[in-house]
Design a protein around this ligand. Structure first.
Ligand code: ATP
Length: 240
């Protein structure tokens, strides 16, 4: 499946003002695949996701299913079906669980479909249904991450971008979360790009993986191949 062309990134450069972070990123993700982006702190993983979703201006090519995303606003990119779950989650703490989820459907007007999507999200995350009237700020870290993913799902994304979903979560909670991400991917064929420090978990669910270092991809391949790479093993798989 390598070389799929649902998401195509070519020679992507991006940064913040004069600070250049990404130096010519190229990768391809096939429709329905899960792609993991690994790499050390500061490598540019978060910046890559921001460039994909329009939060950071990039130079180069980003195409989703043939449509150019480069140069579009985050809102326009969201309307084209890209759901972004940022690091730190970005949920609105004083709002209830359900209000947060409804915000995720802001691009949509069809009330009945929004209700159906709420039910769909509650199907993946039953704990959110049991807390639907509670303030998001009262949820546990894992529940807040579920809420953030649920909110992105309300867009009916074709591409889901997950930034460090395991951050600050207990291993058991992380495992459950990744299991749900896999179910979403399998049941809806949602293409997923996941940035993770926890390489073991990411490689468990990913088909392809890329290792990013100082703004460049230094290694790409099947998750199995990346897992077997000695350098990767030393740098990123030394813990579980
Ligand atoms: P982490 O896992 O720590 O989030 P990362 O691989 O996601 O690391 P980025 O967050 O993309 O890396 O950061 C890459 C580089 O860009 C770092 O040197 C960082 O200091 C810089 N950077 C990130 N955000 C900004 C910003 N808003 N303004 C200026 N520089 C930034």
């Amino acid at each position: 499946e390598h070389g799929g062309s649902f998401l195509v990134v070519e020679d992507l450069h991006a940064g913040y003002g004069d600070v250049r972070v990404l130096h010519g990123i190229g990768l391809r993700v096939g429709r329905g695949e899960i792609c993991a982006i690994l790499g050390p702190n500061g490598a540019g993983k978060t910046t890559l996701l921001r460039a994909l979703c329009g939060m950071v201006r990039g130079r180069g090519t980003v195409r989703l299913d043939g449509t150019a995303l480069t140069g579009r606003s985050p809102d326009a990119v969201a309307r084209l079906g890209v759901g972004h779950v940022p690091e730190g989650r970005g949920t609105f703490m004083p709002l209830t669980v359900e209000e947060n989820l409804r915000l995720g459907a802001y691009t949509r007007r069809d009330r009945a479909a929004v209700q159906a999507d709420l039910d769909r999200v509650y199907g993946y995350f039953p704990v959110l249904k049991s807390r639907l009237g509670q303030a998001a700020g009262s949820l546990s870290g894992g529940e807040q991450q579920m809420l953030a993913i649920g909110r992105a799902l309300m867009l009916r994304p074709r591409l889901l971008l997950l930034d460090e979903p395991s951050l600050g979560l207990a291993p058991l909670v992380t495992r459950e979360l990744f299991g749900i991400v896999r179910s979403i991917n399998e049941e809806e064929r949602t293409t997923v790009v996941v940035v993770e420090q926890n390489a073991h978990l990411a490689l468990d669910i990913a088909g392809q993986a890329h290792v990013l270092e100082t703004g460049r991809i230094v290694l790409s391949g099947s998750a199995a191949r990346i897992r077997a790479d000695e350098q990767v093993a030393q740098s990123y798989l030394g813990y579980r």
